[in-house]
Design a protein around this ligand. Sequence first.
Ligand code: SF4
Ligand code: SF4
Length: 482
Amino acid sequence: MSAKSPRPYEQGPPESVLSTMNEDGSRRWIRPKLSKGSLYYKRLVVAWFLMITFLLIPHLRMNNKPLILLDLPKRQFTLFGTTFFATDTFLLLFLLLSILLSVFLFTALFGRVWCGWACPQTVYMEFLFRPIERLFEGSPAKQRKLDQYGFFTPRRLLKYVVFLLLAMVLAHAFLAYFVGTEQLWEWMHRSPVEHPATFAVMMVVTGMIFFDFTYFREQTCLVACPYGRFQSVLLDKQSAIVAYDFNRGEPRARKATRKKEEPKEAEDWGDCIECNACVVTCPTGIDIREGLQMECINCTQCIDACNEIMDKVGKPHGLIRYTSQKTLETQEKLSMLRPRVFFYPLLIIGVLTLLGVSLAQRETADLTILRAGKAPYTVLGNGQISNQIRVKLANRTSKTRIYTISLEAPKGVKLIAPMNPLKVKGHEIQSGLVFVTSPRELFNEDGRLSITFVVKDDNKTFKAKRTYNLLGLLKGMSPSQP
Ligand code: SF4
Ligand code: SF4
């Protein structure tokens, strides 16, 4: 009887599946070796600038408003002193579209510079959490030794406490973008029992940050982040990427191998001495010499590591460097000019122009007329029909404004507005109930009567008209019928 050939799942995993996975499918922990080259110090400055900016922004004010406040429950977004209401969604769409197009342009030009230099995941992992980890656990070799004792050694527990505190600080800073610093400060001084929902949100955000930087780490870039997967669409052969110059590096060999293979001439060998310094420093665990990979976040650590080796072997820097696939293939000078780098800016200018025009034409207030009350209308004792209506005003200016509500309607139609004029503070929304009474003969056969609301402000910068259909009795219907 012939032996059965093994099924695919019985054959075991292929030799190389993921840089962060062992052959048996378990997690391979990445313990990158720090490479302190010139790019590292530049990234360090950028990272700390970004981290401090992130903490400061909720405290900064412009036009007496937070620089950025994303008030989701009220559906109001304050950006650089200007508040956008739910009715300004299209402006936010223009803004988001221009940001998205800028990301396209930026990636086409500079590859994943965002990932390596500015993404919060990289910035906090490499310049805050990882240095603290090195402080508690020592070099990658010492960390690997600690791995033998599991994750709950005293040193590691102490590190987790520090990580948890940092996660709490970051979660508070993050929440400040959504609720404002004053509200956050007030909650921090009250018992969590008094604001359980927000406390729960804070705990969840803290937990997510702690989980991310303690356990999930590079998996966020490799598995969860969609940007890495968009790379193949956004990048082209002329985009700047961190790449290994195979023309210069190959054939690669260790010094010992080179000696053994004499009389092969020294110039027959490439500059790569197979020291693996570029691999052990990589925070996603890949080998840049295998070419452009989705896992590469362009952090430049392999550039610094390789430059240090080149110094030691007396070769010029740049075996791994910022270059493009086209340059490596054709040996031509790096040129960034191609149709898409003109096309994207044109689109961005177009969208920003639309945004600018829309902003300039935006009225100083937004008026919304809504039907109010449970019943569509009420028949009053004198036989007249009363409609209950909500007048909602969003003041887009930074100053308090007083709005007067009036009607353009047939004779006999009356406006009863307890809150008229309506006072609305700068960048706030206020609504007031009004009643419109009218003789039943004025309604048409469908039981409708068209009127126009006119709203003006005290500063004469706003005047809006809204047509509104009052509801009333259908022809022939008796007042007792609903
Ligand atoms: S660091 Fe440079 S020399 Fe060393 S293996 Fe990587 S590419 Fe080769
Ligand atoms: S290959 Fe180099 S640039 Fe890419 S993630 Fe690894 S160390 Fe960073």
